[in-house]
Structure formats: structure tokens, C-alpha cells
Design a protein around this ligand. Sequence first.
Ligand code: FAD
Length: 507
Amino acid sequence: MNQSSTNRIRKIVIAGGGTAGWMTAAALSSMLRPDDVQIVLVESTEIGTVGVGEATIPDIVNFNRMLGIGEAEFLKATNGTFKLGIEFSDWGNLGDKYFHPFGNHGVDMNGIDFHQFWLHTRQAGNTNALEEYSICAVAAKSMKFTLPDENPKSLLSQMGYAYHFDATAYALFLRDYAEKRGVKRIEGRIEQILQNEQTENISALVMQNKERVEGDFFFDCTGFQSKLLGQTLGVSFHDWSKWLPCNSAQAIATERQGELLPFTKSMAKPAGWQWRIPTQHRTGNGHIYSTDFMDDQQATDILIQGLDAPALADPRTIRFTTGCRDKFWDKNCVAIGLASGFLEPLESTSIFLIQQGISRFLALYPSLTPAAKVIEEYNRLMTREFSQVRDFIILHYKATQRTDSEFWRYCKNMAIPDSLQHKMDLFQCAGRVFRDDHELFSTSSWVAVMIGQNVYPETAEPMLLGVPIQNIAQSLQSMQRAMQQASLNMPPMPNLSKNMQILRFDF
Ligand code: FAD
């Protein structure tokens, strides 16, 4: 046997079976052969999972596809619904409303970003909102939905979509998927974590019944506790709460009433914001707030006042600190999910960050003794990913004109990371958005939030200033008509809970 075949991982242990644990188990079991690498997942029903996390972004569609999961089967198992974006209210100013759609605004205009044409015509009196040129926003407002057209020339190719779903049911669905592919599940509480004295690598988890679960490589998916990476390996936590001061959430489910909304709602409140997420069987609601600016009882009152249907239980409080670990991979352990860090769900990014953690690990799949460069690269990529998402979330707080509460005055005046300040400064000059390589949020996303929260540049792209406005205005008008027409022709948002058959789409 040559050295390369002995220097390989034979057993992987995943500690924790929330969304992060089971997504990791499912992805690994789809890529690795069970007779080659044994995968074990340990979870404690008694401890349970965080039990929230219902809104996603379009990348989840690719994750399911990568696993070969059919869309209809997935929607049925998770009470899932379609999502076309997020409606934000009261963020810029009280009374404001805007839509952050998936997909782009407008269509390709000779290499110049669409919003520049819109800004140019706006200066000449065009009063149509930017979102009227987004097919996702137009469809969402008319409560319509269709799957994207594969023909890139079709307007409907711009229909980006994601899901709202029951994350607990998703974890169960993936558990079934992973167990069918050979993943072994062990029920019980991890009491102790053993390390090799020389290498300090994790060698085994010791369960409450004293069973030892040994492994070559470990995933820490133990949620906020970060039992392996944080508590055992001592990797410190980078606290970002000076930029994102919310530190608590109260979550509550309500009866599902009326039509299914094809979007998430995010409603700003005096010291945070409230979400509304429609799934087939219930509506998820929650209030994210900062206890530095509001006490729990006030937060509960605001949450209850903001419900639009009877509650199904009492609110549940969850505490968190925003930030991430200084390293995501240390020794023979990678943390995925809440064990690696947390950013509030304002742009529904946590499940995406789980996906990124998994796919980056698979891209850098290690030997038993990985080169330091492999670990460094993983940490570099994940730190960059978290920081980029962090900046986009901070933008929502910083770009406010609200002064009606101490919380909003703090956010408006706070110092922000240099990376975000740079982006905002460049946008302020001529509406330009410069994104780093592989950044998650598109130019359209940055522009949706800036414009949606009344951040306007001093001028549109100077290259366009000599182009006759009349010509541009005509193109924009016909584009807007085409969007309206396309939306009129779409079927209504399907009521998946009543009848899956009413879907007119070819899954
Ligand atoms: P958990 O769900 O906490 O799972 C931890 C697992 O570890 C459990 O199985 C537990 O039993 C096990 N465990 C822990 N300790 C032990 C032990 N000692 N022994 C044995 N087992 C143990 N994400 C989104 O993408 N969209 C959203 O809309 C969204 N909304 C959110 C709202 C809130 C308020 C919060 C807090 C999070 C939200 N998230 C959202 C994030 C999302 O919930 C998480 O990213 C996701 O659920 C993954 O959680 P997890 O698996 O890392 O942790």
C-alpha cells in the first residue's frame, strides 16, 4: 500500500444534527463512498436544535440539485413555498417600503449597469421605482410566480427564486437522505471531547453513556455552543456587535391565513426588526432586537402587535452575539453553521453560509495530515465570505435616515468597516458598485438596498450623460411594459398546501 492511500481520512464524525449537521452529512454522503469513508453523526434530541431558519436565497436550489433532490418532493417534505425576494418596510424612513428582488434589475444594456440608465432618466423626471424593472419584484407584488425560463433571451430567465420552509423538517428530510447513503446516527449527549496529547487533534467524543466515538476528522455542528472548535480547541470569537447591535430574537408561529406571499417581509421596529415568513402550514414570525435599547417585555409587545394572525404558541427567546470564529478550521476540525458564527437573518444568509462551508471543504478535501496551506485557504475563504455578508447587512442599518429612537440614531451615526465605507463612498459619487471577487450579493442587490433606503449618488454614470434621455426613457418604458405583461401572463402563486397538483410547472 503506498503512503498516499494510507494517509487518508477513513472516518468522519459530525457533532450535532441541526440544519448544519444534516446538510453536512447529506453532502458528504453524496460525495464519498461508504465503504471508503465512514460517516457518523451524533446528536441529542434532549438538547434539540435552534429550531428557526426558514428563509433562504437562491443558492439553496443548487444545493438540493447537487444532492439530486427533486423540487416537488422537497417542498412537500418541508412545507416549502417559493420566495422571490424580501420586502423591507420602515428601514430608510418610517413609511418607506422597498423590495430587494432576486435576479437583476432590467436587462443587459451594452455593459453598463441597468440602474445607471434608470438614474439618468430619473434626473429627467422618470418617477417609476427601480423595482418596477425587476421581473421578480413585479411578479411578487402581483402575487404571481413561475419558474425561470432556460432561454437566456427570455425575460423570464431573470426569475431568481428561493424557498421558505420548515428548517426542522428539512433536517429530518436530509437525515433520511444521509442514512440511506450509509451515515450512522448516534443519539445522545456529548459529555467530553478527547484530544491527542501530541498533535492536539480531536481524537474522540465521549458520550453520556461513556461510549467513545472516535474519528479522523470532526465537524463541529453543535450550534451556538461550538463545543469542539470554540470550547475544546479554544478558537476565539470575533465579536461584530458594535456594527450589528441586535443580540436577541423572539420567534413565534402563527396560523396561516389568506394568500401565500411569494416573499419574506422585514419590518423595521424601534430597536430592530420583525420578520414574516410564509410556509405552507404556518407563518413564521420573529422580532430581532437589541437588549441595549429595549427590554424583553417591550420586544414581546411589539412582536405580538405586529402579527397578522392568531399565534400558535408563546414566543421563544433566543440570545446571540453577532460575529464569527477567528478560524473556521483548526487541527482536524471544521465548524459549520452556528458553531462557526452568526449573522442575523436579515438577508436569509445563514443556510447559504452552511452551504459555502461544506462546498469549500469538499473543494479542499484533506488528507489525514493536510498541508497548512489547505487550512489557511479554507479560513481565508470563509472569513471573506462572512465579512462580505456582514457588510451587506450593516448597510441596512447604516443607510437609515431614522432618528425616532436611540437605536436608529446609534446605527445612523456609527462607524462602519472600511470595506463598507469604501463601497458607500464609491456609490455616492456616480452610483458605481465595485464588488470583490465571488462576492455573494450582486450589483443589483447593493443598488436595491442603497436606493431603497434613499442613498442616491450625486450623478449617474458620466459616460451616459451625453446620451439623449428620450432614447433611454423609451427603452425603459417598453421594458417596464414587457415586465408587466410577463407578470400578467404568469400563474398565481401556487397554494401548495391545498394541492400540489395545481402547480403548472414541470418539476
Ligand atoms: P442547531 O440547530 O442549534 O443544532 C445544534 C445541534 O447540535 C443539535 O442537533 C444539538 O442537539 C446538537 N448538540 C449541541 N450540543 C450537543 C451535545 N453536547 N451533545 C450532543 N449533541 C449536541 N438561517 C437562514 O438561513 N434563514 C433564516 O431565516 C434564519 N433565521 C434565523 C432566525 C434566528 C432567530 C436564528 C437564531 C437563526 C436563524 N437562522 C436562519 C440560522 C439558522 O437557524 C441556523 O444557521 C441553522 O439552523 C443551523 O443551525 P445549527 O445546525 O448550526 O445549530
